[in-house]
Write a protein that binds this ligand. Sequence first.
Ligand code: DNO
Length: 360
Amino acid sequence: MKMTFRWYGDSDPIPLKYIKQIPNCSGIMGMMDDFEAGEVWDEKKFAKYVKEVNDAGLEIEVIESVNVHEDIKLGLATRDEYIENYKKSIRNLAKNGVKVIVYNFMPVFDWLRTDLAREIDEDGSNSLYYDHKELEGMTPQKLVENTMKTAGGFSLPGWEPERLAELEDVLEKYKSVDEEKLLENYKYFLEGIIPTCEEVGIKMAVHPDDPAWPVFGIPRIAHTKEQLDRIVKLVDSPSNCLCVCTGSLGSNPENDIPSVIRYFGEKKKIACMHIRNVKYLGEKKFREASHLSSDGNLDMFEIVRALYDTDFDGYIRPDHGRMIWDEKGRAGYGLYDRALGLTYLNGLLEAIEKMDKLNK
Ligand code: DNO
């Protein structure tokens, strides 16, 4: 398994050199906000990004947030054109060495929180926070407004302004799409793109819904083990895989993450992992915690052990960190706490590996 770090390209205040200096970090999980959902990822532009990463001594075998156009999720007649574009993007990424594409099939919103910088009383750091009751008291428009206002001028993955500009219109269209319809549209999308993935050796890794329940009455179909199982069975292919995000699935205490990892890991369905911790504050109410198990509700030892036991050979990145040491940065994506998270995961892995050898 390879340790990586998400990097946003030139709009990222974190220099690649700093990422290279994190112990055992072999590369980045790339993210470019240059392309709108539905647009073809231009090969030359992408090659430039890859070169920059490689020149810094880092690999880039995973790319994130290759966003699926809303018309595909809605099943509109225009979807075929967007699926064709997606196939072109897959080819362009594969030509540049990409092996895994992380995407999601969440309608309208990608991840969402009610506060991007909630202060943590114990130590004065801050982290992303979610309270479903607060969300219920808000319109989607209000949530978008708040999120944009508090993002500190940084673009956020899944919060592309051009997409949200059409919010009202899109929300209206979803009124006629229920879970079954969404799943049908999902199948159509996968049937369209998976043959291309197989041909060029790319794995598609779907990111689970974050948080792990429907919001604003819009359907969501990727937040339980059973739902993820349905997804990997929509099209039976080694290219139809998952990105298991511990914090997204883990926002619901009923999701047992180590068992999810063991189940899909044994079937070789996990292409990559986003690892972070969450602290439950009540029903559908949580904040993000440091990676340390005892700081939150997820057991990182059991998570890494499940990966080790199932011979996970994909990519890991520490997901969202808190903002610590007065760092100013993109919410969830500062340098310091994510780097601490990565080194902690290194430590767990070394201990698990060595203990296993000692016991043999
Ligand atoms: C949030 C990220 C997600 C993820 C996308 C993939 O912080 O993990 O935005 O990258 O859902 O499409």
